[in-house]
Each structure stands twice: as C-alpha cells, then as structure tokens.
Ligand binder design. Structure first.
Ligand SMILES: *Cc1c(COP(=O)(O)O)cnc(C)c1O
Length: 367
C-alpha cells in the first residue's frame, strides 16, 4: 500500500460513506473501465462473486454444461456447482498453460453433432499469461457458445494490444490480497454490454428495485464492493503499470539467473502478448536437475523464503472427482514440475539473487 491508497481511504472514511455503494465505488468502476478500455464494469465483493453473477446473468443452471480448464484456482469452477450446472474440465495447452483449443474444438464438434453444446466456455488467463484467445473465441463464435474470461490473475495483461478479459461476453478480475492490485478482497465484472453490467449491479444489490421501499424483483445477492475498499482500489489502480513492469522484471531476472541450469525452464511469452507474470513460475525436471520442486520449496523455506506449488488441477481434487475431464497429461506435468517463485512487486535484485542462490544450491539434492 502507498500514500495514495491511504489518503483516498481516509477521505472515504471521513466522508462517512461506509456502505457497499458510494462515490468511491462509482469512481473506481469508471477508472477500471477506462483502464481496461471496456464499456462498463461492476465492482464486487470478490472475483468468485463475479463468476457466480456471470453464470446467473447467462441463466446457467441445472442440466447446463460449462467448459473450463482443469488447471486453475478452484474459484474459477466452484460457481459452476453453485448454480447446479455440470463442469467439463479441459487440459492445458503447452504454449500458454490455458485451455487447449484443440481439445475444445474436438469437444464442440462432437457436441454440435449430438445437440449437446455447452452454455458457456470459461477461459482462464493463468498466472497472468494470455490464453489462446483468438482460437477459442472463434470456436465459441462458430458454435454460438458464450465466452466468459476469468482474468482474475491477469489484470494488466494485453493480447495483441487489447486487455484480456474484454474480448468475451463477460470478463472478470479479482482484487484479493494476493493479486497484482488489491482491495484486501474484491472483484470486478466487465462487459461491453452496459445493460448486462447494470443487471449485474442489480443482482449484486439484493435485486432491490430503486426507491424507498424494499421490493425485490429477483433472487439477489449481497455482492457489492465497500466504498472504503473501492477507495483503496483507486489508489492501487494508479500504480498498475509500475506493478506490471516490476513483475515482468522479476521474471526476466529469474530467467537470466537460472534459465541456463540443466533441467530448469521458463515459459516463453508469445510476441503478441504482454503478460504480467503475476507469479514467476519455473519448471523443474527433477530427473535432470536432481531435485524436485518440493525439495527446492523446502530449501527456500529453510531460508525463510516462501514459494508455492502450482495450482493442483481440478480433476485431481476430491471436490471435482465426478467431473468429466478431457485430456490431462499437460496440466498434470505442470503440477509435477512447476514452482512459483517469490513474485511481489516490491522484490529487489538482492532478494532475487538470494532466491536464485538457494535454487542453484538445490541441484543434485536427489543424489
Ligand atoms: C483469485 C482467483 C479467482 C477468485 O477471486 P477472489 O477475488 O479470490 O474470489 C478466480 N479465478 C482465478 C483464476 C483466481 O486466481
């Protein structure tokens, strides 16, 4: 947090607008929409709430199928179950780690023949890397399936010059404590369809009809962002480009320090993308490097340095045991070989050197 966040928060506090609405919320929404170059944005209590609302707005419910990547955080797919729909999980594509467009194409072709097309495809831009947006949006168009973009980890990521999260019918972002900018907890639903965003605000405010009375025209939710937190978000958003630059610099620096080690590799970003590297992810081939990602994680922990495994694919999770999975080898391999290195926007070169030294000294631990 910086001085701007503090000033805006105290201004909001002193204005006595302590509610899940207010001038800071309105301003934050307008500033997010302007930054993302999208028509409208609704500020919400979380990214999870944004996905839930997206499904509700599309009238997705029991009997409907939704395609989603297996390799993601559980918040992407849990709302499929909240609305009683059926998730179909899809493996990652090795170039972007996002949903594999070839597997999706096969599945949609088969669905189209059988008359079982899904209600939506949920794309996730994982770790701030753009997924194969063109291929997937063309497929969605071809079969008339709605595309939703989960850009919770990818605020600031551009694909062919355009912000991810703004190509599909609906897109969403998260301002959870661990994301590139934060309001401690919060989310954003965006669309170029203003009426849809207005409907999202309505559902997020208990579907209450404007006016003095307490009349509700639908089943609503309490999903709006607090005016205080929106003030924090406004301050954070002002620094988004510096944060993206810092995260990209983390990644480039780790790659320069470690990329030449046998068995260590980093994903190459396509030229058309400007990802955020929300987290710097390294891949370790244990058979070549001589240590597993978990060995390295423990060695770092001994030095009081936190690192994390990659997302455990959803098809390996007890809660999604019943879900259908298409493919699986790519994301299982990512889970086996990946490690998220310290990635904060405030890391210094000497911090990264400390991390790199521990990684280097872990080589050959397996003996
Ligand atoms: C963080 C995250 C979410 C959920 O956001 P919250 O604000 O924590 O509810 C959804 N999808 C992905 C991929 C995420 O990383």
């Amino acid at each position: 947090m910086g001085a701007t966040e503090r000033r805006l928060l105290l201004e909001a506090f002193d204005s006595n607008w302590i509610a899940p609405l207010g001038p800071q919320v309105d301003a934050f929404e307008a500033e997010c929409a302007a930054y993302l170059e999208v028509e409208d944005a609704a500020a919400l209590s979380s990214g999870t709430a944004a996905i839930h609302l997206a499904f509700l707005l599309l009238h997705i419910g029991p009997g409907d199928r939704v395609y989603a990547p297996s390799f993601t955080f559980c918040a992407s797919v849990n709302p499929i179950l909240y609305v009683g729909a059926t998730p179909i999980l899809i493996d990652s594509d090795p170039d972007t780690w996002g949903m594999d467009p070839n597997l999706l194409a096969e599945a949609l072709e088969q669905d189209s023949r059988r008359g079982t097309l899904p209600k939506a495809v949920l794309l996730v831009h994982i770790y701030g890397q753009a997924s194969k947006l063109e291929e997937i949006s063309m497929l969605c168009e071809k079969y008339g399936v709605t595309l939703i973009e989960d850009a919770a980890e990818a605020l600031g990521t551009r694909h062919r010059g355009k912000h991810v999260g703004t190509t599909g019918y609906l897109g969403l972002f998260s301002f959870n404590g661990n994301k590139i900018i934060t309001t401690s907890g919060g989310g954003l639903l965006v669309s170029n369809d203003k009426a849809l965003v207005a409907q999202a605000r309505h559902l997020a405010s208990q579907a209450r009809i404007p006016g003095a009375g307490y009349e509700h025209d639908a089943l609503g939710y309490n999903y709006r962002l607090s005016n205080l937190l929106a003030a924090v978000g406004r301050g954070q958003l002002q620094g988004i480009e510096e944060r993206v630059a810092a995260r990209r610099a983390n990644f480039e620096d780790y790659r320069a320090r470690l990329g030449d080690l046998p068995g260590i590799s980093f994903l190459q970003e396509p030229e058309s993308d400007r990802g955020t590297h929300w987290l710097s992810v390294m891949q370790v081939q244990p058979e070549v490097f001589g240590a597993t990602p978990e060995d390295i994680r423990l060695a770092l922990e001994k030095e009081n340095i936190e690192s994390r495994p990659l997302w455990m694919p959803m098809h390996l999770q007890p809660v999604f045991r019943e879900a259908k999975m298409l493919g699986g080898k790519v994301c299982e391999e990512l889970f086996r070989t990946g490690l998220c290195l310290p990635s904060g926007s405030a890391l210094r070169a000497e911090d990264r050197e400390r991390v790199a030294a521990v990684v280097r000294s872990s080589a050959g631990l397996l003996g």
